[in-house]
Design a protein around this ligand. Sequence first.
Ligand SMILES: Nc1ncnc2c1ncn2[C@@H]1O[C@H](COP(=O)(O)OP(=O)(O)O)[C@@H](O)[C@H]1O
Ligand SMILES: [Mg+2]
Length: 247
Amino acid sequence: MDILKINGLSVSYGNKKVLKDLSMNIIENKITAIIGPSGCGKSTLLTTLNLMIEENGGNFTGKILFKDKDMSSYKKDEIRRSIGMVFQKPTPFPFSIYKNLTYAPKYYGTKDKVKLNSIVEDTLKKVGLFDEINDEMNMGANKLSGGQQQRLCIARALTVEPEILLLDEPCSALDVKNTANIEDMLLKFSKEYTIVIVTHNLSQAKRISDYTAFILDGEIIEYGETEEIFTNPKDNRTKEYIEGIYG
Ligand SMILES: Nc1ncnc2c1ncn2[C@@H]1O[C@H](COP(=O)(O)OP(=O)(O)O)[C@@H](O)[C@H]1O
Ligand SMILES: [Mg+2]
């Protein structure tokens, strides 16, 4: 099923048009990679998909359907709960680990301590942090290592049971080991979540994604099965990009 249907999406910051008439569907419970050179509009696309673009100074035209219903017919809160976002640089809140993970559930109305504790435990287990930090729940989250912080941020996004996870170059600040860790985790997640990941790392896209979209200068040049895009690109610009000629 197509959980997101993007139709004729254009996004501008002031009069600078950054995404141009972009159409693509995102398939449920699959990993979709967004690739393309720096500045082509990848982050703009992700921020539009969870309706943060206006807060970022942009605006969009076109239609985005989430589960066949126009995005604009949902409350923004509902969208942000269902469509979580993780950024390039780990961004834990300047609170304890525990509070990082209970913040959103509390905001959305969960008050029961036992329930909150189980959310904390479940999400830490999902990102493989539970055994590492179980005794340090009240420690400041910013004391964790970079890789742990990024896993905490992913756990935080999971605390409100999203359906889609948007990840904007989540491994670009991490070393090989932490990157492998997160890739393994994402592969397991795709049973439960739909994942859209922006990545600069083409071998990462190849390793983990089912579908890949190549964006150049705000336009989708090619979108299809990852295997096909990387072994048999239809467009010469895709071929040049994956061969490392530009970007
Ligand atoms: N908040 C903003 N205000 C104005 N221009 C922006 C803003 N965010 C991004 N841009 C511009 O939009 C273009 C696409 O940026 P971005 O979506 O960040 O690309 P990518 O993630 O592919 O590197 C760039 O030219 C960038 O300078
Ligand atoms: Mg970006």
